[in-house]
Design a protein around this ligand. Structure first.
Ligand code: THU
Length: 161
């Protein structure tokens, strides 16, 4: 038996002013996008904003449904938009923020498990890492060099070959 270990490093910024300018702009767009969320059930509005490698910027929000499982997260809304409007174009950076109508929004959230799965396949199919910038309305911001770091041992298309 061999004991093995997986580690990854990430960046933590104390506030927006510490962030690289391009990341700060994208995070602000993610915050602004939360107004377009449809979250009448959770009251938890999530906004995502991505800068594609071709320079285009797109946003996505969570869209809930009275049949709860039919709802979709902001991240997957955004990935579908990216692949539909700009097929094959990789995402350089993706920022995620939120507005919790029932509480405070002062720390980063990170994508749910299903979105992590979708993000890792987006990276795989476009052949480029997606940098992640995660932040609330205030508070610390976390950045990761690629979204796949959030899903070690991912099941992937390779397994289906
Ligand atoms: N949600 C997202 O859109 N992204 C996340 O990263 C976490 C959760 C949504 C799903 C649901 O509409 C609401 O937030 C509460 O879970």
């Amino acid at each position: 038996m061999q004991q093995k270990e997986l580690r990854f490093s990430y960046e933590e910024y104390a506030s927006d002013s510490e962030l690289p300018k391009a990341d700060a702009e994208l995070l602000q767009l993610a915050r602004e996008a939360t107004v377009h969320a449809y979250a009448p059930y959770s009251h938890f509005r999530v906004g995502a904003a991505a800068r594609l490698v071709n320079g285009e910027i797109i946003t996505g929000t969570n869209q809930e449904n009275a049949s709860f499982p039919a709802g979709i997260c902001a991240e997957r809304t955004l990935l579908s938009t990216a692949a539909s409007l700009y097929p094959g174009v990789p995402i350089g950076t993706l920022a995620i923020s939120y507005h919790n109508e029932n509480g405070i929004s002062d720390r980063p959230i990170s994508p749910c498990g299903i979105c992590r799965q979708s993000l890792q396949e987006f990276e795989q199919r476009t052949g480029r890492p997606v940098r992640m910038v995660l932040g609330g309305e205030t508070g610390i911001i976390i950045a990761l060099e690629r979204s796949g770091l959030l899903l070690p041992f991912a099941f992937s298309a390779n397994e289906l070959k």
